[in-house]
Design a protein around this ligand. Structure first.
Ligand code: IPM
Ligand code: MG
Length: 368
């Protein structure tokens, strides 16, 4: 196979800071594991708007379609709050998701043992937590038509449409069932079939796919509001949670906070296989651009580094090397190394973004 290609889009705020650290990790794998990547870099979000007047240039979109995987930092910031909706930084990210057809968004929420006390929930409720939210990412109310704001009888009306075809539900359901097979074999599908027709169809299609091809996986259904409650009541009852775009946005933030810090959480957005068999893919940390700490060397690079680990696993079939990187991060946390977001009363001074990566690289060295 050719050298795998990676497009790096640092984006805004701390995106650039954490992505620079990922660059060092990629360098380490090149030097020490002989894993070469053909890396290119471009702009997205506010950074792209500043240069091109749009949050994603067509040339960048074209590049993203060609590479084996895209790694994205974060988009947005107060500087762009008053921009027209159509050119807001977030539109760049949504365009990538839609045009690359990244329908399956994997958001693991794993509670590292060393961080179990950071959760707002009690330790025994979250310790050992390891769930995976599979969120549909290219349809539903984020993209449904009609949409917009117009005036009816002198009154403004805002419209978005929740719309799912059975093909859209089926493909993300398959993705969740496949992933569950590699984990503990359970899927809980969440919708609002009690009030929404799209939820009724969602439940029917998920059930049909399950009956036809995934009888070995245990399937349950839950209304999404109950799902939110169960996530904070007893999150360890779940393994894979399958849900739509909007519910997935909300439930994944909820699940993220169970683990203590957004600074630890990676994500993968996957589409259909390309000609070389690899899925279309974009990897990004769950956290945002964090303008409040930008430029202060405080950002936690772990989520972005762990997103690269997901790329190794899901795009490049390098699961062992992904595990090596994940273990290195876990070992650093177990040693008590903490960036500012992970400080607790009594902790000594936090390490900087770069020092966190130094510690991870030292563990990687130790793993050889
Ligand atoms: C996410 C974010 C995005 C979303 C925003 C930045 C458009 O909240 O990835 O969860 O709503 O999908
Ligand atoms: Mg979100």
């Amino acid at each position: 196979m050719n050298t795998p290609s990676l497009l790096i889009l640092p984006g805004d705020g701390i995106g650039a800071e954490v992505m620079a650290e990922v660059g060092r990790i990629i360098g380490w794998f090149g030097d020490r594991r002989d894993m070469q990547f053909d890396v290119s870099e471009d702009l997205v979000g506010g950074a792209a708007y500043d240069k091109h007047g749009v949050p994603l240039a067509d040339s960048t979109m074209a590049k993203a379609q060609e590479v084996d995987a895209v790694l994205l930092g974060a988009v947005g910031g107060p500087k762009y709050d008053d921009l027209d909706f159509s050119v807001k930084p977030e539109r760049g990210l949504l365009r990538l998701r839609k045009e690359m057809d990244l329908f399956s968004n994997l958001r693991p929420a794993q509670c590292f043992d060393a961080l179990a006390d950071f959760s707002s929930l009690k330790r025994d409720i979250v310790a050992g937590l390891d769930i995976l939210i599979v969120r549909e990412l290219t349809s539903g109310s984020y993209f449904g038509e009609p949409r917009g704001i117009h005036t009816e009888n002198g009154m403004r009306v805002g419209i978005n449409t929740q719309r799912y075809t059975e093909a859209e539900i089926a493909r993300v359901a398959r993705s969740a069932f496949e992933l569950a097979r590699r984990r503990s074999g359970k899927v809980c599908s969440m919708e609002k079939a009690n009030v929404m027709e799209s939820g009724i169809l969602w439940r029917d299609v998920v059930t049909e796919i399950h009956q036809a091809d995934y009888g070995d996986v245990e399937l349950s259904h839950m209304y999404a509001d109950n799902g939110a409650m169960q996530l904070v009541r007893a999150p360890k009852q779940f393994d894979v949670i399958l849900t739509d775009n909007l519910f997935g946005d909300i439930l994944s933030d909820c699940a993220a906070m169970l683990t203590g810090s957004l600074g630890m959480l990676p994500s993968a957005s996957l589409g259909l296989p390309m000609e070389n068999g690899r899925p279309k893919a974009l990897y990004e940390p769950v956290h945002g651009s964090a303008p409040d700490i930008t430029g202060q060397a405080k950002a936690n690079p772990c989520a972005c580094i762990l997103s690269f680990a997901m790329a190794l696993r899901y795009s490049f079939d390098m699961g062992d090397e992904a595990t090596r990187l994940e273990r290195a991060v876990e070992a650093v946390l177990a040693d008590g190394v903490r960036t500012a977001d992970l400080m607790q009363a009594g902790d000594t001074a936090p390490v900087s973004t770069t020092q966190m990566t130094d510690a991870i690289i030292a563990k990687l060295e130790g793993s050889l």
